[in-house]
Design a protein around this ligand. Structure first.
Ligand code: ARG
Length: 390
């Protein structure tokens, strides 16, 4: 029986369509829904809306539910619709009690925000690991010359250290972009219920804000549903920017790994072969990072599109935000993890990169010197060097 079941049957096709993949996606929200439910129960008890014995029983049942969930004894099934219903059913009679003063609408927002705040933390740690991998590469091979390119033409001399440092620095800035979603995510929506509060039932929303570690309570109660999609969009932008850094790093490595460039070599176990050409060793790993980075544009767009032109309040379309966002999160984590693993194992071929250091790349440097020595304008020095080169 669904929670809102009033004895009328729901068409199976409609159930399957409206649930979609939500029951699968919601599995990762279960621990957060349990946390939020415990906080809600304690608050209800403190406000005198629930007997202390009931609060205790609910908290214990929730702990048990978490244990059973961890051991794979239960999970969210299609028939449950979503994590919130699944958990309430699991608690039986107590589930009905803990639902006093809340709605799945504020429940899903609370669980999502707690989960996304954790994601930000995990991504930050993984970015640091990627930066450490780039630092290892720079420590070990940083002095190797590497042509600097603009328009894919040799531009100025550079080196592996500066190349690696650029990606590390940009990843650091992209990490900063991951603080922006906290503007939206670090507010407690619990107690806003369906989006219009709990008339006649006084809740201490500050208590759950404090217990769940939110920076503030999201007020007025009509705001949380209007904000759904904004934290998601802001986070998706941050993740997209991280993937863009990784995608461009991967694109460089694909180019440097070509036979024509030959700037880098990958360990054999990092390459994949061809089913027809016995000589092939392909850099699939970097091509896929590049591909994941490209696909993240689609996820960002999907997230932006869902709330466009939507009227205020809760709408079921909002459920669709989870799919592209979770996919984007998984992509980002997989790419960061893989790059942190692969980057220190890249071997730069000094002979090849030095050969590629075309002398023309020193032209700007010569012009700087000439301008200083002869006390002439840079433009004049530039012309003299250009004439010499011709
Ligand atoms: N799975 C739903 C979502 O993600 C939960 C909220 C359902 N609320 C409702 N009124 N049908 O949006």
């Amino acid at each position: 029986m669904r929670l809102w079941d009033k004895g009328l049957p729901l068409d199976q096709k409609i159930l399957e369509f409206t649930v979609g993949s939500d029951y699968l996606l919601d599995r990762r929200l279960v621990p957060y829904d349990i946390l939020a439910s415990k906080a809600h129960a304690r608050m209800l008890g403190a406000c005198g809306h629930l007997a202390i014995a009931d609060v205790q029983a609910i908290v214990e049942a929730l702990d048990q539910a978490q244990n059973d969930f961890d051991q794979g004894l239960w999970t969210v099934e299609l028939e449950d619709e979503d994590a919130h219903t699944s958990l309430e059913k699991r608690l039986g009679e107590l589930g009905g009690k803990v639902h006093l003063g809340r709605s799945r609408n504020d429940q899903v927002l609370t669980a999502l925000r707690l989960y996304l705040k954790d994601v930000i933390h995990v991504v930050a740690v993984q970015i640091e690991q990627c930066q450490a991998a780039l630092a290892t590469l720079a420590d070990e091979q940083g002095d190797i010359a590497l042509p600097g390119y603009t328009h894919m033409q040799p531009a100025m001399p550079s080196c592996v250290r500066d190349w690696a440092a650029a990606f590390s620095s940009e990843l650091g800035d992209s990490l900063q972009a991951l603080q922006a979603p906290l503007i939206f995510l670090d507010k407690n929506p619990l107690g806003s219920a369906a989006g219009y509060g709990t008339p006649g039932l006084n809740l201490d929303r500050e208590q759950t804000t404090h217990e769940l570690g939110f920076r503030e309570t999201h007020e007025p109660v009509t705001a949380p549903q209007l904000s759904r999609g904004k934290g998601e969009a802001s986070l998706a932008l941050g993740l997209y920017l991280i993937l863009q850094d990784l995608g461009r790093l991967a694109a460089d490595l694909c180019l440097y790994n070509t036979a024509e460039f030959g700037f880098v070599r990958l360990p054999a176990e990092f390459t994949t072969g061809s089913s027809i050409m016995p000589q092939k060793r392909n850099p699939d790993v970097f091509e896929l990072v590049r591909g994941h980075s490209a696909q993240s544009v689609g996820e960002l767009n999907a997230i932006l599109a869902i709330t466009a032109k939507m009227t205020s309040g809760y709408h079921r379309d909002l459920q669709l935000l989870k799919e592209p966002l979770f996919r984007l999160i998984d992509r980002t984590l997989a790419c960061l993890d893989t790059m942190a693993h692969a980057v220190p194992r890249i071997e730069f071929i000094r002979k090849r990169t030095e050969e590629a250091n075309d002398p023309s790349m020193h032209a700007a440097e010569k012009a700087f010197q000439l301008a200083k020595e002869r006390n002439i304008s840079f433009r004049e020095a530039y012309r003299q060097v250009a004439d010499e080169l011709r």
